[in-house]
Design a protein around this ligand. Structure first.
Ligand code: GLC
Ligand code: CA
Length: 582
């Protein structure tokens, strides 16, 4: 495999609204990010993925863009942005921006023009369709609850939005749309950024027939998609990996990236299988460099996102193993547990109920993720072991998916009780990751000044008095210091960066173990992902027959001496993870 610059790099996602507010309006901003570049550099971060900072009505927190060429005034100015780019370059860091082109905001000029003339050229930028018998063209559900169609007032026409009604889907079948998007991407690259995280990019090709009809429309022959408990059928099957996706991605590569150097693109790819990941990320196919797959974070949901089921080590292992196996010979993996759409892993699958459990389990999941083969992504605050929000009332939530989900399921379809929905929100709702970054123990966690005129846009987690960067920075035992070591290991150890990955002991109920090898060099990773003592699996014990000395322990979630004893005894303590040089 040809070595790429990001193969030994670590990325960090910034959710700008919640990172650092410098002007006391309760909203994070670009100046705040600039002021923390040294913090990120010190941690070891190479790449920053910046969630959207474009002009937006913020219905979906910036994932609804009304002008692709402007910076949202809440976040600052284009000058601030240019300074950010320059300051990152000075520090040898790479910036990738969010690219949201499956849809735009309903306030975008294109959509406004389409609404004004639903038979005119701009309507062809979107999916406008005639209603059927006074109803929507089909019964598709949007990902954020309710119908995926909204009626254009005063007409019998509807437009498609697979997300919120304020996020009309762009019609990629229309070559003019694609051309405008490529122009815009080129414009940003010319400003000196290094690539993109592409929002739901694998959904831009919808399954349309030769007449441009979507599944379920009159005259379009399709198999029946099942109707779910809310009375709608999911659009997922016909837009998650559409028929023209490889063609569009390759075209984008040709029109935008070819001839440029040093860029990197990661696509958000819900519904893409590991095997398809290999195809899309294999350089010879000229599409994307990496994808975010989601099967491994879906293991605690069944049927609906809001129907949660218990975490099981074997399910996580099976999904991650499939992802790793698929890119053994070609392509590349991205590694993540947390982002702005996922809850905090320490609360989700770890134990955040007391300090010791929280620190141990945060380290265990951190070790597990970072020792895999691929490019790890850290989501802001993950390096501190930040937890879920633990909100208890609907009023505390800001996320439209959470709020709509509640309305739809509890109040309209009545398919879930209020108690169970509130529990699901507290476990996996998106706002769990969006509370302000915890910089210190002061009133607003250092996110905004303690005497700021305006409260933060979303509640600060009260546990910031204990969990915060200032507290953890100089503490060698902190989650922060542990993440710093994980990052350094990827930078300094070629086997960890690119060595082959092989599963060991595929049937343990508690322990996830694997090796990384390159040439004669073998590293063994064993992590007990439960709150209980676990047996070292027999296959692992065999690899350790000759005994393990402290100098062989590259990292432990406890300490080297502790893990040497554990291994000798054949028993790992709760959340005990250890990386061993064989
Ligand atoms: C992606 C984003 C998510 C957003 C959605 C619609 O999944 O990560 O935050 O709501 O796309 O843009
Ligand atoms: Ca601000």
């Amino acid at each position: 495999m040809k070595r790429k610059w990001w193969h030994d790099k670590v990325a960090y996602q910034i959710y700008p609204k919640s990172f650092l507010d410098t002007n006391g309006d309760g909203i994070g901003d670009l100046k705040g990010i600039i002021s923390k570049l040294d913090y990120l550099k010190e941690l070891g971060i190479d790449i920053i993925w910046l969630s959207p900072v474009y002009e937006s009505p913020f219905v979906d927190q910036g994932y609804d863009i009304s002008d692709y060429y402007k910076i949202a005034e809440q976040f600052g100015t284009m000058d601030d942005f240019d300074i950010l780019v320059a300051e990152m370059k000075k520090r040898g860091m790479h910036l990738i921006m969010d690219l949201v082109v499956n849809h735009c905001s309903d306030k975008h000029e294109w959509f406004q023009k389409a609404l004004a003339d639903p038979d005119g050229p701009y309507a062809g930028y979107f999916y406008f369709r005639e209603g059927k018998d006074g109803k929507a063209p089909s019964n598709y559900r949007s990902y954020f609850g309710g119908s995926a169609w909204t009626k254009v007032p005063g007409t019998n026409k509807y437009y498609l939005h697979t997300f919120a009604k304020e996020q009309p889907d762009l019609n990629w079948e229309n070559p003019v749309v694609r051309k405008k998007i490529y122009e815009m991407i080129n414009w940003w690259l010319d400003k000196g950024i290094d690539g993109f995280r592409m929002d739901v990019i694998t959904q831009v090709s919808k399954t349309v027939d030769k007449n441009g009809k979507l599944p379920g429309e009159d005259g379009c022959e399709i198999e029946d998609y099942p109707v779910g408990e809310e009375g709608y059928s999911s659009p997922f099957p016909w837009c998650s990996d559409g028929p023209r996706i490889d063609e569009f991605l390759a075209e984008m590569r040709r029109e935008v990236f070819e001839g440029r150097e040093g860029y990197m693109n990661v696509g958000e790819a819900p519904g893409i299988t590991p095997a398809r990941n290999e195809h899309v990320t294999d350089p010879k196919n000229g599409e994307l460099d990496m994808l975010f797959l989601f099967d491994h974070v879906g293991i605690d949901q069944e049927g609906s996102k809001w129907n949660t089921v218990p975490f099981e080590v074997k399910n996580l292992r099976a999904r991650l193993a499939d992802q790793q196996e698929a890119v053994k010979n070609a392509g590349w993996a991205s590694l993540f547990f947390c982002n702005h759409d996922q809850p905090r892993v320490v609360s989700r699958w770890g134990n955040d109920t007391d300090r010791e459990s929280r620190e141990l389990s945060a380290k265990a999941f951190g070790m597990l993720l970072h020792m895999h083969r691929g490019t790890p992504y850290i989501y802001e605050g993950e390096e501190l072991g930040m937890t879920n929000a633990h909100f208890t009332t609907l009023e505390q939530y800001r996320d439209l998916e959470s709020i709509n989900g509640y309305r739809q399921r509890v109040e309209e379809a009545k398919c879930q009780s209020a108690e169970s929905m509130m529990a699901a929100l507290a476990l996996i709702g998106r706002d769990n990751a969006r509370t302000p970054m915890q910089w210190d123990a002061s009133r607003y966690a250092g996110f905004t000044a303690p005497d700021a005129a305006t409260e933060p846009w979303i509640g600060v987690n009260p546990n910031h008095v204990e969990i915060n960067a200032a507290e953890e920075f100089d503490d060698p035992g902190s989650v922060y210091s542990f993440y710093k070591k994980l990052i350094a290991m990827r930078h300094n150890n070629a086997t960890i960066a690119t060595g082959e990955w092989n599963l060991v002991a595929a049937d343990s109920e508690q322990v996830y173990s694997f090796t990384r090898t390159s040439g004669d060099d073998t590293i063994l990773v064993i992590v007990n992902l439960t709150d209980r003592t676990a047996q070292v699996p027999a296959e692992v014990a065999q690899l350790l027959e000759d005994g393990v000395g402290e100098s062989q322990v590259l990292l432990s979630t406890y300490d080297a001496a502790h893990s040497v004893k554990s291994v000798a005894r054949g028993e790992l303590a709760r959340w005990e993870g250890v990386v061993i040089q064989l």
